[in-house]
Design a protein around this ligand. Structure first.
Ligand code: NIG
Ligand code: FE
Length: 412
């Protein structure tokens, strides 16, 4: 017989169940379960309902009784990060705030290439260790699933080193790390051939190894003037698709074209979109591509936010992620950033919470999480309050008092 654990009573359980993947949401579409209980069996949710009724129905369950006010939210999902890296870019940050632009800093020897050099210098072990440390910090903030990109190796061997480090970190942290290959982050400065040749080499030499070694099933590319064009990336994405990889795109960060690429290649998500105009917003809304806002990059660079309100009003799907990376998004606090995006873009709390739960899960093609429902993973975080609106109202300053991952208490 499976061991049952009943936790409660919660002042409110926010299940995020029954909400659509696309379109705007109103707060009255969230139906908090008052005086609720969560029943866990074998890492998954067995039932959610009224706590006292569940106590009677499941009288054989081990009971964890909560005292005081508690709100239960699905484990947060950060569907876009670069938390595997060496070094720091604090100097870039200082230069930028002193007036230098992103591209000027890159041309002066800073930018992504600086992190590539520092990541290449790090051993796989060192990368594993620092990735675990960052993942654990996210976990304490209620994030139970974290997508992690490579992209600071930029050669077959160095990209492999990063992806092995991410794989090992995943085994050693309580959060789930979802790896993505971002070998197409920029043309490495030490590569002597053309961008086309680099991409071809990666697709021929690295893609099959990623499959064989089970290192990732996701391929990302940065479509931008400083990185790759949509023409250059087309054969790369085609090869990835042929091998069965999911595609995701760093799109429309400074100029448009990436979102169109994402749509043409049927990507699971188009991320950034700060530069998207009405045209791109309408096309994304009509497609199955999930739009991903990265407020951490807007805050790190001092740039405009992704037009999240317009995307939802046009009927699109909006996920929100931290983009945690050493260059453009050093803060790495998803809940704070999502709350701030909500104030600037006038998003309902339902829209913000959807963006960091089930809509983020959909962007990662993970059907087993993002909502608190029977059969889903028992991933949830608990906050000391009796009203879920307090969570975003505190703009990240109300931290979880408990985090549960796969039915186990991993932080309290
Ligand atoms: O998502 N836009 C490109 N890549 C990252 C930045 C990485 C870096 O600056 O190191 C991003 O913002
Ligand atoms: Fe990114």
């Amino acid at each position: 017989m499976q061991k049952l654990t009943l936790i409660g009573p919660f002042s409110q359980i926010i299940t995020m169940a029954g909400l659509p993947l696309k379109r705007k949401l109103n707060d009255d579409q969230i139906h908090p379960i008052e005086e609720g209980g969560v029943l866990i069996s074998n890492q998954r949710i067995k039932a959610i309902g009224n706590y006292s009724e569940m106590q009677k129905t499941y009288s054989d369950a081990h009971v964890i009784t909560l005292k005081g006010k508690h709100v239960c939210l699905p484990g947060l999902i950060d569907a876009h990060t670069h938390i595997c890296f060496g070094g720091t870019r604090a100097n870039d940050y200082a230069m930028r705030n002193a007036g230098k632009s992103y591209l000027e800093i890159a041309k002066a020897g800073g930018g992504i290439w600086d992190t590539v050099m520092q990541t290449r210098k790090a051993t796989q072990e060192e990368l594993t260790k620092s990735t675990i440390k960052r993942a654990n910090r996210h976990l304490k903030n209620g994030v139970t699933t974290i997508e992690v990109k490579s992209g600071y190796g930029l050669s077959v061997a160095e990209e492999l080193k990063m992806l092995y480090a991410i794989k090992e970190a995943n085994e050693k942290t309580d959060s789930d790390l979802v790896p993505t290959c971002l070998a197409a982050h920029m043309l490495p400065k030490d590569y002597t051939g053309t961008a086309e040749e680099y991409l071809e080499e990666i697709s021929i030499e690295l893609f099959p190894l990623l499959k064989e070694e089970n290192l990732t099933n996701r391929i990302d590319a940065f479509i931008e003037e400083s990185a790759f064009s949509k023409e250059q990336i087309a054969p790369y994405f085609k090869k990835a698709k042929d091998l069965g990889f999911d595609i995701t795109v760093h799109a429309d960060q400074f100029s448009t074209s990436g979102s169109q690429t994402a749509i043409e290649h049927n990507a699971v998500s188009a991320d950034h979109l700060e530069a998207s105009t009405e045209k791109e917003i309408q096309l994304l809304a009509k497609s199955n591509v999930i739009s991903m806002a990265l407020p951490g990059a807007s805050l790190g660079l001092g740039c405009a936010f992704t037009p999240a309100r317009k995307i939802l009003d046009a009927g699109g799907s909006l996920a929100i992620a931290s983009d945690h990376n050493p260059g453009s998004a050093p803060m790495g606090d998803l809940l704070t950033q999502a709350a701030i995006l909500g104030t600037f873009e006038k998003l309902s709390n339902a829209e913000v919470l959807a963006g960091i739960t089930f809509r983020a899960a959909a962007a990662l093609q993970l059907e087993d999480r993002g909502q608190l429902l029977e059969g889903k993973l028992a991933d949830f975080s608990v906050f000391h309050t009796d009203n879920y609106n307090e969570i975003l109202y505190n703009q990240g300053n109300l931290k979880p008092c408990m985090v549960w991952k796969n039915g186990t208490l991993v932080y309290d």
